[in-house]
Design a protein around this ligand. Structure first.
Ligand code: ADP
Ligand code: MG
Length: 438
């Protein structure tokens, strides 16, 4: 004959409350485990299927342990918990092997805990597992509502087994009927909540993937349009001037001018293509130790004609110290060139472009500051997004390349700006000399 737990029996109503608290705690454990699994899956699981299955089973086992350990015991030797929800989830979501492992662990641990409930628990969980194996294929094919209905049906059949067991072995029905009813309700509620949660998380991941794909396709489309525009334009003008050169009507001076324009067109197309390629593959292939001031100097000499043309004074005092960073020369040049070009373009009526390099602890800081038109907060936030440009002939590629190169070189970039006042770029790189010593 089954007896009510002596301690709980004395407290009457409190015992039932405690019983409910235990079962809700069980639901909470299962939810936490599902969230943990989701977190792992989003970060790692997609790329490592074997690890994913291992972590899934491990977390299901952890949930089983928690449920069993914190089970309610209104009757001596019987543990009421929601471990079988874990068995349902592990079999339906993880497959027969995962379910089989969880079934085995459940019964081993239940056996260790002991009591009159061990044997009925073994019988009922085996029945549940067989039921799950029979419904597993159907479960995979149906929609969410049918999935939940099927899982609830399986869960109800399982608890019905307990009701029959108690009816056959316990004394007066009044002593267990309220516990069994609450248990049944918590089962239905727990199964519903957990399956719904799994489905919502899964659909969220799917949605995110679709969104990323849609963004990629949009970017490819914009890039194709932009490439044909940005490259075809200079090539068309170059072709025009080359045709003029071919004819005999132009003088020697005109020939020189046409040749310059044609070469400029080719350079421009080349620059746009380099920006695209760097953006597509910003990773550093050959890591070199670079003397940042030497590289800065060669970039400044490239940009000086443009600065002179716009009446911009470049202020740059070479430091007595040497500053080394890790990176790839060509990509660093491109990154600096894009920033310097933007600064000069922001000062159409002339101004000052101040450049300095300094070291703070293990960080090399390169400051580039202009006295140009500046940006407001909204413009500053949009900086670096593909094709964002406020210029009539802008491509909106420059800053996008700057950000991706800085990331590939393990650097950071801080930009501050004030409208009609100027913009300041602070580029920070890890000190290569220090890394070498370490
Ligand atoms: P583009 O130069 O082709 O317009 P970028 O990606 O290089 O594309 O720059 C994007 C936009 O960021 C520019 O159009 C400009 O509005 C803004 N910007 C970048 N640098 C500066 C700067 N130093 N001062 C003011 N605005 C800037
Ligand atoms: Mg630019």
């Amino acid at each position: 004959m089954i007896k009510l737990g002596s301690q709980l029996q004395k407290k009457g109503g409190t015992a039932l409350k405690l019983f409910i608290v235990h079962l809700f705690l069980n639901v909470l454990f299962i939810i936490v485990i599902i969230l943990l699994y989701h977190l792992f899956w989003v970060r790692q699981g997609k790329n490592h299927p074997k690890w994913n299955a291992f972590v899934f089973i491990l977390l299901c086992i952890a949930a089983t342990f928690m449920c069993l350990t914190f089970a309610a015991e209104p009757f001596d030797g019987f543990r009421f918990d929601l471990r079988h929800i874990v068995l349902i989830i592990s079999t339906l979501a993880g497959g027969p092997i995962a379910g089989g492992i969880v079934w085995a662990v459940t019964n081993i641990y239940r056996g260790i805990l002991g009591g009159d409930g061990v044997l009925p628990s073994l019988l009922l969980s085996s029945l549940l597992y067989i039921l799950l194996l029979l419904t597993y294929q159907t479960f995979l094919k149906v929609n969410l509502v049918k999935k939940i209905a099927l899982a609830i049906l399986v869960s109800v059949i399982f608890t019905l087994g307990w009701i029959l067991f108690f009816a056959a072995h316990a004394g007066h029905p009044d002593s267990y009927i309220k516990y069994i009813t609450v248990y049944e309700l918590c089962n239905v509620f727990g199964t519903m909540v957990t399956l719904y949660l799994i489905e919502v998380l899964n659909s969220q991941v799917k949605l995110q993937e679709e969104l990323i794909n849609a963004e990629k396709f949009q970017l490819i489309g914009e890039m194709a349009a932009s490439i044909s525009h940005e490259i075809r334009n200079p090539l068309t003008s170059t072709r025009g001037f080359l045709q003029l050169l071919q004819s005999d009507i132009c003088s020697e001076d005109e020939r020189k001018v046409y040749l310059d324009i044609a070469l400029n067109g080719i350079d421009q197309a080349n620059h746009v293509l380099t920006d695209y390629l760097t953006f597509a593959k910003p990773s550093i292939d050959k890591v070199q130790v670079l003397d940042i001031e030497k590289e800065l100097f060669s970039t400044i000499s490239l940009i000086t004609p443009l600065a002179n043309f716009s009446n911009v004074i470049i202020q740059y005092d070479k430091s007595d110290d040497l500053f080394f960073i890790h990176g790839e020369r060509q990509k660093l040049h491109q990154c600096l060139l894009n920033i310097l070009k933007n600064c000069i373009e922001a000062m159409p009526k002339g101004g000052v472009l101040a450049i300095s390099v300094s070291q703070k602890h293990e960080v090399i800081e390169l400051l580039i500051e202009d006295t140009g038109i500046g940006m407001n907060v909204e413009q500053l936030n949009r900086l670096g997004s593909p094709f964002y440009s406020t210029k009539e002939k802008g491509t909106g590629l420059g800053m996008m390349v700057v950000f991706s190169v800085m990331k590939a070189m393990n650097g950071t970039i801080r930009i501050t700006s004030k409208l009609n006042d100027g913009t300041k770029f602070a580029l920070c790189f890890p000190d290569a000399a220090n890394t070498k010593k370490a």
